[in-house]
Design a protein around this ligand. Sequence first.
Ligand code: CO
Length: 320
Amino acid sequence: MNQSGVTGGRTAEVSSVWNPVVDVHAHFFPRISRGEGASLGSNGPWLRDDGDGTGQMMVGGREYRPVDASLWDPDARVAGMDKHGVDVQVVSAAPLLFGYDADPAVAAPWARLVNHRAIEMCASYPDRLRPLCQVPLQDVDRACAEVDWAMSEGHVGVHIGNHVGSRNLDDPEMVRFLSHCADGGIPVFVHPWETMAGDRMSTHMLSWLVGMPAESHLAILSLVLTGAFERLPADLRICFAHGGGSFVAQLGRADNAWHRRDLVRADCPKPPSTYVERFYVDSAVFSDEALRLLVAVMGDDRILLGSDAPFLLGEERPGV
Ligand code: CO
């Protein structure tokens, strides 16, 4: 362990760009019993640990996704980080745990449970694992209270979904939460979840491959075109997962529409491309060509390393 408390093994390619190598997009799913998960209803999420280094993310009685111990065991997680040259992971709960559909009176203690488990997991490696909290975003007063508590307990930011039901991030209550985060200097990481048009994307992981990039695209563009970024404090630090989804590739389309149609620019005083200086994206785009486009559009100072580890759709060697 070196002076900064970080063990080595990082790849030369990544460490030449990011030093230390901090992965801001990595998930955990804490040990949650079926009884604890049931507080969110009969389809509440919980973790089945099969005792052999593997397990299942469960939704009620149904197997949701096979997983391995790096999702909940800090020793296994850090071993994987060493293998792939990651110094620090900023970990966030699997979006399945958001609990946004629940009654706020249930969702608030649920968020507290997940946030406690995150602190416990990261405590084993305080220099390597740093937690992002989750909040009951369907109730912004409770969400503000939870993020304040979590930050006081050692969380380093907040992880939110890109929408709550039919409300995008430009919804006045969502803007109030984001403003609260800006005022408190609290970084925000936005993850797509509960993807659109599920009835047309029910096979072949289309919800992940099409729905998720579209959700991130919608989240960013809704903040831009509604003028929400004009109302939000300029010092808000907000990062979108998966390179911002399809936003970057389609930004020219939005700019063209802004110039040609008054209804596109009605609430947005500047071309959409000027707002890239208001947010960050992660690097989890999975191809050299996409990463080059991301750098060209966002600028390399707006891109944070993200892997989506340890999920199978994550990058095994982040940023490479
Ligand atoms: Co993710």
